[in-house]
Design a protein around this ligand. Structure first.
Ligand code: H2B
Length: 94
């Protein structure tokens, strides 16, 4: 198991799953406005980090996928942003 796979499997990014070379998280937001607000907050983190997730906003859910395009897979930059997104969700009780 690689170091990164161990990090994903342990506590670095709980709730996230690894598939197709990306880290995925589905967040239940309950309504569109809460999801939109979350997308904006994740966008601000992404701009600050210069690292940008793919985000799918639906009425009651937001799906976030993280990978490093230049590396063609998951790197420490994705793990770091996943951690920041987790902190955001905890602040918001999501
Ligand atoms: N975001 C993601 N997810 N992967 C990247 O490789 C990436 C990025 N590269 N945001 C950044 C921007 C790069 O284009 C700039 C030049 O740093």
């Amino acid at each position: 198991m690689t170091k990164l796979a161990r990090q994903i499997a342990s506590s670095s990014a709980p709730g996230w799953r690894l598939a197709l070379q990306r880290l995925h998280l589905r967040v239940k937001t309950g309504d569109f406005a809460t999801g939109l607000d979350l997308v904006n907050a994740i966008g601000a983190l992404a701009e600050a980090a210069d690292h940008h997730p793919d985000i799918d906003l639906r009425y009651g859910t937001v799906h976030v996928a993280l990978s490093s395009h230049d590396a063609g897979g998951v790197t420490d930059r994705d793990i770091a942003l996943a951690g920041q997104i987790d902190a955001l969700l905890a602040e918001r009780g999501l």
